[in-house]
Design a protein around this ligand. Structure first.
Ligand code: ADP
Ligand code: MG
Length: 244
């Protein structure tokens, strides 16, 4: 069974205390929505989980393996993949070539035709198969997001973190991303969905966590979290600017 265990995670950037004792347990397939105001530490948490940065202290285990000191490619091999709030693709490679990169990193390049077939299936699912021979840099922002999602499908991780997948995406492509998330859910992945789009969060999440100034202030069923006084206060109350 998929198991992600985050314990007492702390992150400081100099004097900026960005994550404060974050604990998170993910067991088996589930879709966890993540809410939190700008600067709450959502992307920093993602960067630690995928190995891009190291925590100041605390641990992360994936399926029993400690991953918080591993490099991103090792974390990917261990079974965790993420997309970026600010998209990253290999701009001088074609769309199809971009999809081969995860397989290359995983050492699956000898799959040959199966790999091409898989890549084409992924591009068709994401409705960008007609762009397969275009350079990634020629794609719109939304299409680049889809390409990143495609790379994750090729990687086939157990745990998927989507960092603001809907930001700046045309409504038509949002439908595709919804379908993608539902497919990943059906395939039994654990999905962590970070988004400011409340409608998407509430439509898709089975569990909701809220980060506020680096503190995980709520973790539970979406309806319960929505009505949690601490969450309401973090979002609606006691804004110092309002008080001034
Ligand atoms: N690489 C970094 N170096 C220094 N400070 C950072 C770095 N990454 C994030 N921060 C700081 O961490 C805090 C949380 O940022 P972030 O994780 O991006 O929040 P969120 O994704 O919730 O909006 C912010 O104060 C931000 O300036
Ligand atoms: Mg962010």
């Amino acid at each position: 069974m998929i198991q992600l265990k985050v314990t007492n995670l702390e992150k400081r950037f100099g004097g900026n205390h960005v994550l404060k004792g974050v604990n998170l347990d993910v067991n088996g397939p589930e879709l966890i929505g993540v809410l939190g105001p700008n600067g709450a530490g959502k992307t920093t948490l993602t960067n630690i989980l995928d190995g891009a940065i190291k925590p100041t202290s605390g641990t992360v285990y994936l399926n029993g393996q400690r991953i918080d000191q591993l490099a991103p490619y090792e974390v990917a091999r261990a079974g965790l993949g993420r997309t970026f709030q600010v998209t990253r693709s290999f701009r001088r490679m074609t769309v199809l070539e971009n999809l081969y990169v995860p397989a290359l990193a995983m050492g699956h390049m000898n799959q040959g035709r199966a790999l091409t077939e898989k890549a084409m299936e992924v591009l068709e699912f994401l409705t960008i198969d007609h762009l397969r021979n275009e350079y990634a840099r020629a794609l719109s922002g939304g299409q680049q997001k889809l390409l990143e999602l495609g790379r994750l499908l090729m990687l086939n991780p157990d745990v998927i973190i989507l960092d603001e997948p809907f930001a700046g995406v045309h409504p038509k492509l949002m439908e595709v991303i919804y379908a993608y998330i539902r497919r990943m859910k059906a395939e039994g992945k654990a999905i962590i969905l970070i988004s400011h789009q409340m409608d998407a969060i509430f439509a898709l999440s089975e569990r909701l966590i809220v980060l506020n100034f680096g503190v995980l202030i709520a973790d539970g069923a979406p309806d319960a979290v929505k009505n949690d006084p601490a969450v309401i206060e973090a979002y609606l109350g006691k804004d110092e600017e309002d008080a001034a």
